[in-house]
Ligand binder design. Sequence first.
Ligand code: FAD
Length: 404
Amino acid sequence: MSNRRPPTLDPYDPLGIDDLLQPEEIAIRDTVRSMLASEVDPYVAEWFETGDLPARDLMRAFGKVGLLGMHLDGYGCAGTSATAYGIACLELEAADSGIRSMVSVQGSLAMYAIWAFGSEDQKQTWLPRMASGEAVGCFGLTEPDAGSDPASMRTVARQDAGGDWILNGTKMWITNGSIADVAVVWAQTEEAGSGRGVRGFVVPTETPGFTGTTIKHKMSLRASVTAELVLDDVRLPADAVLPEVTGMRGPLSCLSEARYGIVWGAMGAARSSYEAARSYAGTRTQFGAPIAGFQLTQAKLADMSLELNKGILLALHLGRRKDTVGLRPEQVSYGKLNNVREALEICRTSRTILGANGISLEYPVIRHMNNLESVLTYEGTSEMHTLIVGQALTGQAAFRPSQS
Ligand code: FAD
């Protein structure tokens, strides 16, 4: 039995999770945190309120510190571990889910698609510029009538006699869509519905027939650009197709990358809200005592701290597996389902601790809470991830109504 006296408990890290991190992971975390403290934190509530994000400036700033496509190798990317990338996602989302979304879509969706499935020419053309933040990318999968079931997409690509591709269709809810220089667009090349003929296309957004229009009136992810893309006879050369993948495996592999970042990111929004609530509870006095001294408040803080730290441990476990044996998509679903659900609950509980102040943008809590409503839905809704986990556990797919 050890007689060692454990170190004093740190309320910011009660389980000592930092001891599980490598020095370079802590260094990356500190770099990202201090960059966000100067470039994002002071302004993000205003960006959220006005719905105006200086997205291109931010993208360049993120490129400078190597955050874009940071877990990819070569082509100007930082080539860090998946765990280090996850840690960066947590810090980014502690600032705002919209900021993390911008980086995720650039690195895990648009860049990853080109990196994993693109030709050498496509990689050379786009990846270094995207890694530096000079070029912005987006990822067009969802459509007005195809969300959870993207294989039912209606966007079509047909090849003419000369070999050119002609794309027609509409993509909806596309992050970075109206500011992008390049869109990775998924389209049917065979009959709709089966998903077998789905191919990815690298579409420079200046191509005639391509339009990206910003979606207004969002109450969530307001510090993020979301757009509708219209492709009206967009003509592309034969080599615009991503050559290395056919079928739904293409977009689904990219989504798995981005969902992995969300497993970490959601805990960032949760941490920021929890810390705001813990600090507020220590200074807010009612009935002659700080509300932190009431048992009901302590029960809330204790439960939040449990879920927050369990969520970070889950993210770290998945990160270490991704860096060693790799992750199954179902394991990513475990992480996304649990961590987004718990993060949302932590934000809602934090909101109650702040009372009326909880609804003000003076504090980060309501912003994180509203943002997480989008995070719960995008990259696979919580229902879809429940069904993925359910299928993994039972061997039965329950995505479609049973045929009787
Ligand atoms: P639907 O699929 O219509 O689902 C509606 C409801 O029905 C949900 O609760 C869903 O879980 C439920 N449901 C559906 N099918 C089943 C079933 N079989 N069993 C049980 N319940 C079911 N997409 C992109 O391609 N690129 C992006 O960059 C992007 N960014 C986004 C940014 C934001 C802010 C938002 C909100 C969305 C973004 N999306 C993006 C789209 C997102 O991925 C979709 O919204 C998501 O996949 C859900 O699709 P849907 O909204 O059409 O909902």
